[in-house]
Design a protein around this ligand. Sequence first.
Ligand code: ADP
Ligand code: MG
Length: 612
Amino acid sequence: MPSRIHCLPQVLINQIAAGEVVERPASVIKELLENSLDAGATRIDIDVERGGVKLIRVRDNGGGIHQEDLPLAVASHATSKIVDSADLARVSTLGFRGEALSSIAAVSRLSLTSRTEHQTSGWRVLVDGGTVGREPGPAAHPLGTTVEVRELFFNLPARRKFLRSERTEYAHLDQIVRRIALSRFAVEINLRHNQRSALALPCAPDRQTQTRRLGEVCGGVFVDNAVFVEQQSGDLHLRGWLGLPSFSRSQTDLQYFFVNGRAVRDKLAHHAIRQAYQDVMYRDRHPAFVLFLQLDPAEVDVNAHPAKLEVRFHQSQQVHDFLLRAAQQTLARPALSALSTPVPAASTQSFSTPEYEEPVRTSNTPVTESLRFPTTSYRPQAVAPERQMSPPLREQQASYVQFDTSSPVPTDTDQPADNPPLGYALAQLQGVYILAENQHGLVLVDMHAAHERIVYERFKINLEQGDMPAQPLLVPVTLGLSPTEMRCLEEQGEELSALGLEVVPLGPETAAIRQLPVLLNGVDAAQLVRDLLADLQAHGRSTRLSENIHEVLATRACRSSVRANRKLSVAEMNALLRDMERTAYSSQCNHGRPTWIQLSLAELDKLFLRGR
Ligand code: ADP
Ligand code: MG
């Protein structure tokens, strides 16, 4: 016989809600810290025992909770953060669901103590496995709130069994604390585990202290291998750090993205950033970044995920393009590290002087591709007389190699004529490296890698100018298409032909590929078109064709660039250096390896133990 329907008791409702919100100690700390931040705390002290399973205590100096509201704070669907659905459409706090404390309290022993500025003493409420204790009683407490969560899942053995070792749980929790610490530089955060200090992060109001915190959270190597980015376009503001392409990772473990101070994993944003790195990184490598996006809260829906880990942008295409452009512009600065050497993370010996560049402000500049050459990334410095470089070679002009493409590399920069960032060539080493002298000391260039990049960027300019040589197929390839694929083809056909791919409908369900870009000669054309149409249907746009073309370009660039062991004259070497300065992304070869490094005089002095 079917059982009858009945309403669930509140405690059970809360336990079910807890199943979504509270997975492990790390999720508890996330909710508690978010509450402290929403309360305007400027200092948060966290105490954790046994990985957070035995105890999590969060104490803040925020605004506190009114004595009479304490029972409500631990009740479900009770919040002070939104009132109506209009508020829900523009949430500016981290919390808004009013479910965290009641859920946590349903699966632990929780104590909530708080004092507002209008009260002379603090008050406390206790909840034991979802059962609220007697009326709140007085308790000594400074201004602010303390939440203690003991014995997580004590009443849910099934859930408790899923908890891992103390070490693992602590590692998850630590990760959350670090992530939140990154999102609020202005808040002091201290973390203790088993009575020992584990993390002490003082308030970080300026770039220097923020960089220090960044190092504490992401590691010093990231700091040494990252560039600062800050860009604005209309209501969108992006700030943060992008890892150099040479600092790529095998995992996505060093990717932090915050939207209005909330850490989120956003597919769209990650896609945009990935795409910005596409040209300078192997496909199976991942970039490192810490990025903060600010925008009008009304432009983003945060009510998309129970743990609030996902958001939806109303203008998703616009956000995507802004992120892509901002990252591309930053990465494309020709001498990305004119003053700080890009050093592969793996190298043990580092000659770099970590130093950030000032952000290049290019807000609202429409950019078709990443081919901007901001002169601001070079900071010409006064050169001491005895450091003056030998001038005789600088007048010499030469081209070091014949290109098989004739379009010129843009030359819209006016380099300081006497102080080019990469200096002047001195000699060539083993037909592989160029030794040059600039105002900071010695520059070493990997000739082949540098040239590869220059050729590749030239090819790309051709591509963008619509100069994509195409070739009619001797025998057109016919392929069967579904009605949706057909419609898609009709809509996008023109765009495809601009890239050299001509596909024409033959009948209601067949089409013929008549022409391919010359570069893609030999690819499985039918497969390519099918994949393209699938992309277009799924995302409304496809980067597959241009990715394919870029891939071919990169290989071609590699083949046609100066091979190692080719003797170059000094004039040819200087021409290569000047081309590098003019070329986007020239600090990395197509595979993300550095193309040049700087050895400053100070670093050379150090090598020779020469004190000055
Ligand atoms: P939400 O954060 O979604 O509102 P919670 O269950 O996390 O829901 O918290 C319920 C309410 O308790 C909050 O709306 C807030 O008013 C209050 N509260 C919780 N933690 C704190 C805190 N640390 N400081 C001040 N108020 C708090
Ligand atoms: Mg909350």
